[in-house]
Design a protein around this ligand. Structure first.
Ligand code: ZN
Length: 119
């Protein structure tokens, strides 16, 4: 075996090792994603239950399904888009920049953000 063969053999082994590491990383990522999906499904199940309870309570006190659907449409449009979701945003009281409700502090200046929505 000459020097070139040894070098080629080394490169093949390195490539194989990198491929194995890539497969392991992909498997780990896949497991993480499955756990995240299960977590989200559990959250959706819980929110569905809460919505069902609120809907039934509203009907019991005299609100109709149409009133509920009209309210859903009104809230949907509050962010300017009729897309079946509401994306509220918070304004930082220090720098006045818009901050996603997912963040507890301003990304720009670090000021703590007061939560304006109960959801
Ligand atoms: Zn700020």
């Amino acid at each position: 075996m000459d020097l070139f063969d040894i070098f080629q053999q080394y490169r093949i082994q390195q490539g194989s090792l990198e491929a194995k590491q890539g497969i392991l990383q992909a498997k780990r990522k896949s497991t993480d994603n499955q756990l995240n999906i299960r977590h989200l499904e559990a959250k959706i199940d819980h929110l569905s239950l809460v919505c069902m309870a609120m809907g039934e309570l509203l009907e019991e006190v005299g609100f109709s399904k149409k009133m509920l659907l009209d309210k859903i449409e009104e809230i949907d449009l509050r962010d300017g888009k009729a897309n079946g979701k509401f994306a509220p945003s918070n304004k930082c009281k220090s720098c006045s920049r818009t901050v996603s409700p997912r963040h507890f502090s301003c990304l720009y200046c670090g000021t703590e953000i007061e939560k304006t929505s109960m959801f």
